[in-house]
Design a protein around this ligand. Structure first.
Ligand SMILES: Cc1ncc(COP(=O)(O)O)c(C=O)c1O
Length: 375
């Protein structure tokens, strides 16, 4: 049996450190925000080249508050991609703004910068590129469009901790960066968590207020805010885990390289890492028009896989009222039909990679679509 993600292996490797951190919070009774969260904010922002970090309860709240801090609300439009986790789009809707989709670059699964300009209208206020699977979107041309039209850039870096674009860490390239600490993420809490990173003091101050009922000081509410505070225990555990992030990221990259080495000769379509990217492989996805067959064959051998994501957001029932139709974003739609995420976590062994690749090669050898999928 090879799991898709092995959280137990990670906990076993840092059990004493995590337990001590939790005990520390129990002893201090600083259960919400507090010194551990404050220290984590500083350490995480520093690790991503940002001056400020504001920790919140989820990655979704990070996106929601970043949008609100940028002044986005009803009547505004925000450009993003349909090939993402639903949260990117939901956060836009929470503000009352309208999501406007552009297609992805089929090589990287991230926003196609060439598609943005055509989607800009007088109502457009922001762009949310998603660093999907751990590879940054092509930020320079995205920033150039944003500059031309005076748009805010909010990076959805939920899957991209410690990822780099042309040598710069994500999270400090756009105006704001939003990360998730959902347990299975590259940096995961022991529950939920998120953070907004930024170099803008005023945005950081607004988000800090919005996450805690819009209060400037206790009971003095200057904004209509939310209870989106990070818990003390999450801050303490995330501080412990942050110290391991670099080693875990390198382990993911080694596992990805091992997959590449074994799969490329078979003609299977493997991830395309751009030369300007430090891809951190939150997800290692191969693609095939016969994905279901592949998933079933791996499953029969006890190898867990995932699909991220089977339906692009513009075709999800919850978003049909946006008025999009099948066929409008062909690269997103094709990716949604073909991607298959293989087991990927820092503790993945060479033997496990070899077992997955052995099984996959057998299936691919019987699949006449493989040569064309590798084009
Ligand atoms: C691309 C993307 N955006 C946003 C989120 C939302 O993060 P969270 O689950 O912490 O709310 C996630 C993860 O779930 C994600 O993968």
């Amino acid at each position: 049996m090879i799991p898709f993600v092995d959280l137990k292996a990670q906990y076993a490797s840092i059990r004493n450190e995590v337990n001590a951190a939790v005990q520390g919070v129990l002893d201090s009774c600083q259960f919400t925000l507090g010194p551990e969260v404050a220290a984590f904010e500083e350490e995480f922002a520093g690790c991503h080249g940002a001056s400020y970090g504001v920790a919140v309860n989820t990655g979704t709240s990070a996106l929601h508050l970043a949008l609100l801090a940028a002044g986005i609300g009803p009547g505004d439009e925000v450009i993003t991609v349909p090939f993402t986790f639903v949260a990117t789009v939901s956060a836009i809707c929470y503000t009352g703004a309208t999501p406007v989709f552009v297609d992805i670059d089929p090589r990287t699964f991230t926003m196609d910068p060439a598609a943005i300009e055509k989607a800009v209208t007088p109502k457009t206020k922001a762009i949310i590129p998603v660093h999907l699977y751990g590879q940054p979107a092509d930020m320079d041309p995205i920033a150039a469009v944003a500059r031309r039209h005076g748009l805010t850039v909010i990076e959805d870096a939920a899957q991209a901790h410690a990822s780099e674009y042309r040598g710069r860490r994500v999270g400090s390239i756009g105006d704001m960066g939003c990360f998730s600490f959902y347990p299975g993420k590259n940096l995961g809490a022991i529950g939920e968590g998120g953070i907004v990173t930024t170099n803008d003091a005023s945005l950081a101050r607004t988000i800090r207020m919005l996450r805690d009922w819009g209060a400037e000081r206790k009971y003095h509410h200057v904004l209509r805010g939310y209870n989106f505070r990070m818990e003390g225990i999450q801050g303490a555990v995330l501080r412990v885990k942050l110290r391991h992030l670099e080693a875990w990221t390198e382990a993911r990259r080694r596992a990805a390289a091992a997959y590449d080495r074994r799969l490329r000769p078979t003609g299977i379509a493997t991830p395309h890492a751009m030369d300007w990217a430090r891809h951190v492989y939150h997800i290692y996805a191969v693609r095939s028009p016969r994905r279901q067959l592949w998933q079933d064959a791996l499953g029969a051998q006890g190898i867990q896989t995932g699909i991220h994501y089977p339906t692009p957001v513009h075709l999800l029932p919850a978003f049909l009222d946006l008025g999009y139709r099948a066929g409008q974003f062909p690269h997103s739609e094709r990716a949604a039909n073909e991607v298959l995420s293989l087991p990927m976590f820092p503790e993945l062994t060479d033997a496990q990679v070899a077992a997955v690749c052995g099984c996959l090669s057998d299936v691919a050898a019987r699949d006449d679509t493989v040569a064309s999928a590798a084009d």
